[in-house]
Design a protein around this ligand. Structure first.
Ligand code: SF4
Ligand code: SF4
Length: 224
């Protein structure tokens, strides 16, 4: 008798589900909407004049529990300026084979350069392709922005860029206007952009093999 009751209960659950709203989505033809604060792939934001907000300080890399970020800092000069102030990131990589999307790197970033989009389509066929470079992570150039390197257009010193940057959204541009967020977006390809770091990487790769000069996909460690 107990077995019959259990079976009826079981069928009751099945029957009840037949009248519920279907949750299956027709992915990849329809893309499910994420929560607004979903942790997706990262974006390196820009100032409204196009200069990069990243100053190559490596705090994000030190904060990362998965050792997924690799940064090499470079010195800005008046002729070759990528960000306000002294330093910029000549190499910036995030290894998505290691990233656990915890967001600690975002918390650590002193300039609000690093934020996360809602982009979740990060599967790749090769581990090497999971290492996203600075060129891939940088926010797109919006109207009125100028591609670095160029002089500071918004003031005479970096203070003009950073004072009030945390409370005044006008001093940050990129993530909120990016094609990748808010909501689902596409990988923005900044093809043709050449950074000094990219050149060094290509040079090292030519001499030491394709993995040289980039964070290793298996260990996440940068190689000399
Ligand atoms: S989200 Fe977490 S795991 Fe991913 S790069 Fe940032 S700190 Fe590292
Ligand atoms: S993203 Fe932020 S924390 Fe990371 S190197 Fe750039 S400025 Fe520093």
């Amino acid at each position: 008798m107990g077995a019959v009751t259990d079976a009826v209960k079981g069928f009751g659950v099945t029957f009840a589900h037949m009248f519920r709203k279907v949750v299956t989505t027709d992915y990849p033809f329809e893309h499910p909407k994420t929560a607004p604060r979903y942790h997706g792939r990262h974006i390196l934001n820009r100032h409204p004049d196009g200069l990069e907000k990243c100053i190559g300080c490596e705090l994000c890399a030190w904060a990362c529990p998965a050792d997924a970020i690799y940064v090499e800092g470079g010195d800005n000069t008046e002729e070759n300026r990528f960000s306000p102030g002294e330093r910029y990131a000549s190499v910036y990589q995030i290894n998505y084979a290691r990233c656990i999307f915890c967001g600690l790197c975002i918390e650590a970033c002193p300039t609000r350069s690093l934020t996360m989009s809602n982009e979740y389509e990060l599967a790749r066929d090769s581990r090497k392709d999971l290492i996203f470079t600075k060129e891939q992570l940088l926010a797109p150039l919006l109207e009125g922005m100028e591609r670095p390197p160029h002089a500071m257009r918004l003031g005479d010193s970096e203070k003009d860029y950073y004072v009030g940057a945390l409370t005044n959204p006008g001093t940050s541009a990129g993530a909120e206007h990016s094609t990748m967020g808010p909501g689902r977006g596409h990988l923005h390809d900044t093809a043709g952009v050449q950074f000094p770091g990219a050149e060094q990487q290509a040079d090292r790769a030519a001499h030491h093999g394709p993995q040289a000069g980039v964070a290793d996909a298996a260990t996440g460690k940068g190689q000399a």
